[in-house]
Design a protein around this ligand. Structure first.
Ligand SMILES: C[S@@+](CC[C@H](N)C(=O)[O-])C[C@H]1O[C@@H](n2cnc3c(N)ncnc32)[C@H](O)[C@@H]1O
Length: 257
């Protein structure tokens, strides 16, 4: 029997339903058409970050896929099967429209990424770009990713850097001073707009990964480029800040054989 839906799932679904109407639907076509895989606020190319395994012939699940452009990029790179999981029907509607338009053949599933209902040991790669990686409780979604992966399968995800979260005030942009304690860092309830994120320090996250049968094989901190400007939409982190400190980070972990 599935557990009742946590309060934050409803809050975040409402948030992403609005975001879909405001900008994600409009941007999907461009995102799906990109040939190069890139990550995060400043579109850092995968060729610089090098966190993805070869996906040719592999089965991939994207956890918190949104409009599923990351899944689309991986299918174009030769993945055999790509399943996108998201909890927001509006985001999935955009993903489905793009999937039909491009004929890429993604499978799109409406579910909480903490409890997908998909069969165990059915994927070689689980990926999340600011999806489950920040919107789901790591004590739930990381064990779920481990369950979905075959032995030797990999988990790759992008999230805000811990330093940027510590310097993020309750309202306004990332600053150059500490704004919240790292001790006990886990759930952050933002109010304007209402949304709930999960962020935790490196040691805690490292231990959850290890306890879920993963070996951490890389942690790449991402900076803005010298010529980067503030992002038009994700302006919560100033480019000048991110040129000095890493604003984002990518984790790569492998499920023990
Ligand atoms: C920033 S988007 C990331 C996805 C994708 N990279 C994109 O930008 O379109 C965050 C997505 O996480 C989804 N999400 C939030 N909570 C979720 C949950 N509990 N389970 C599955 N998806 C969730 C939201 O619906 C949203 O589509």
């Amino acid at each position: 029997m599935s557990a009742p839906e946590p309060d934050y799932v409803r809050v975040n679904r409402d948030h992403w339903t609005k975001a879909n109407a405001e900008y994600t639907d409009r941007r999907a076509e461009h995102a799906w058409s990109e040939d190069e895989i890139s990550w995060g606020v400043w579109s850092t190319p995968e060729s610089e970050v090098n966190v993805l395994p070869d996906v040719r012939g592999k089965d991939v699940v994207e956890l918190g896929c949104g409009t599923a452009y990351v899944g689309a990029w991986l299918k174009k790179r030769g993945a055999r099967r790509v399943v996108g999981v998201d909890v927001t029907p509006a985001q999935l509607a955009t993903a489905r429209r793009m999937n039909e338009q491009t004929g890429l053949g993604l499978e799109l599933v409406e579910a909480n990424a903490e409890q997908t209902g998909l069969p165990s040991a059915s994927f070689d790669l689980a990926v999340s770009e600011y999806g489950a990686s920040i919107w789901c409780d790591p004590r739930k979604w990381i064990p779920e990713a481990a369950r979905l992966l075959r032995p030797g399968g990999e988990l790759v995800f992008l999230r805000n850097s811990t330093l940027s979260v510590l310097c993020m005030p309750q309202e306004g942009k990332v600053t150059t001073s500490l704004q919240r304690p790292q001790r006990g860092l886990l759930r952050i309830d933002w109010t304007d707009p209402p949304e709930t994120e999960f962020q935790m320090g490196h040691g805690d996250l490292f231990r959850i990964l290890r306890a879920s049968d993963f070996e951490v094989i890389d942690l790449v901190e991402i900076f803005a480029k010298d010529d980067s400007d503030d992002h038009a939409h994700y302006s919560y982190v100033p480019a000048d800040w991110a040129k000095k400190w890493p604003a984002e980070e990518m984790w790569r972990a492998r499920k023990r054989v």
